[in-house]
Design a protein around this ligand. Sequence first.
Ligand SMILES: *Cc1c(COP(=O)(O)O)cnc(C)c1O
Length: 412
Amino acid sequence: MKSTIQHIAFNVEEIRKDFPILSRKVNGNPLVYFDNAATSQTPQVVIDAIVNYYSSINANIHRGVHSLSQEATDAYEQARQKIQTHFNAKHSHEIILTSGTTHGINLVAHGFSSLLQQGDEIIVSALEHHSNIVPWQMLCEQTGAILKVIPMNQEGELVISDYDNLLSEKTKLVFVNHISNALGTINPIKEIINKAHNVGAAVLIDGAQSCPHLKPDVQALDVDFYVASAHKMCGPTGVGVLYGKSSWLNKLPPYQGGGEMIAEVTFKKTTYADLPHKFEAGTPNICGVIAFGVAIDYINSIGFDNIAAYENELLNHATKNLLEIEGLKIYGTSRNKTSVISFNIEGIHPYDIGSIVDKLGIAVRTGHHCAQPIMDFYNIPGTVRASFSFYNTLEEIDVLVDAVKKAKLMLS
Ligand SMILES: *Cc1c(COP(=O)(O)O)cnc(C)c1O
């Protein structure tokens, strides 16, 4: 079926003009940027917001009586509200501004170190990014809690019947990513959350990979914590969000001590500020948070329904044409996946393919994608990963397919 209907509302050539970097060349060829799962590109409106911040409102927030400081504070707090609306959080103080997904996960892990006891259990999934494995291992070492893993199958999906068996009244926390960065699998998080709640466990969802493709509704999900990074959704690096239900955030101790997070300080005792400031010690990434708000407006102006439909078209086109290459195998074949393709060609190291296609201007990722356990499961050193965004085109995918064919000829 031709998708002309979507294209009336969704004009990729117009959208591409919003991204200055997409018109540059790499190694003499037009850039084909297929590393969107590592970081997304930045539209001009977000670049302008950054320039505008430092050109006209740069000041520290929440402290000054002077006008500039108030303007910066207003812009920062408006961005928080925009993020709240986007994620559909009930309260703006449930939106903690962080330096990114990794920071958000560590903040929650640190908080739970005072709540867990020896023998308590934490469940993570086999599809996790390293940033979602290491903090829990550290937490288990500290507290004597035990880490359990939901296994995956050959398609790259979690085995939910095994999850059922892992759950018990000992389970205190469940951590799963919404979408796997290595394989693109969309996990059944609503089901995972409900089942965890049935045994009284809290759930943190890592949304770093889902937020560029869909709009999560934290209230409908009834999730306890949800984390994401701005730089994967057209925003700047070094900024992100932790959503937490206020009942949970009130229970967790502060992560860092410093300015902004206190109510009163004497040398005898310090009392902490209310949410969200309790978790925002020190001067935050003010400019980054404001630009994050602009990025959210930008993506919403494109529309998540348009994005999903178009990216699905890119995924199908790439899957079909790549699979025509003999010896090429795709890892992660769930029917429920986003626009990420991890593949290898029999007998060729992924790094060699990555290097050759780079010479042709194509940016793909090679390696374990911070998800070593998944590579171990398939018994491979890594994959070539092409991850698509709404500003990519079908023609760019054809360029990739030709380049992979060329690489195969050269290397075999
Ligand atoms: C990118 C990513 C992270 C880490 O995000 P940072 O911005 O580097 O903190 C965590 N989890 C997943 C699934 C990711 O894709």
